[in-house]
Design a protein around this ligand. Sequence first.
Ligand code: IMP
Ligand code: MG
Length: 177
Amino acid sequence: MKEILGQPVFTSEQIQARVREIATGINSLYAGKELVVICVLKGAFMFFADLLRYLEVKPELDFVRIASYGDATTSSRAISFTKDIEVSIAGKHVLIVEDIVDTGHSMDFLLKQMEARGASSISLCALVDKFERREANVRVDFSGFQLPEGFIVGYGLDYAERYRELPDIRVLELVEE
Ligand code: IMP
Ligand code: MG
């Protein structure tokens, strides 16, 4: 497969401006509250790091990593933690920071797991919401950008562990050689 990197769909400047706007919404919702912000590895690492710089609430931070196995085109996937959070979230407000919500199966799993641990509230923040591809009933509370279709890389997002370092988000086209 040949990989063709397209022009930016979201530039670094657009991303930074949007990240500040999202942070404003988060700051007003959680003012004076005890908040745990959870980064979903690996894709959200850059978004998480930028977002945190604009947060005025003094949150506890943690990281989680989930893997999904099986056929991605059906709902018969098995999702599990490859790294769980380490802080207790019981009685606290939780904000999950994810890169992309696509079918929603990954976040459906994570939200249910977090709910079972007695958080006071749980919100989901995603940089990109591929809302038209949703299969699970997952609501994105803070969404950066909406994208109907296309495979994107950069700003944390990868294809086979590459392209995460790019400052812009670009479409990656895969063509037969
Ligand atoms: P879901 O369970 O279908 O919602 O899967 C979402 C996950 O798939 C995201 O957290 C990403 O890691 C990955 N993903 C979905 N679309 C893209 C994309 O366009 N580029 C890179 N990763 C993607
Ligand atoms: Mg991900």
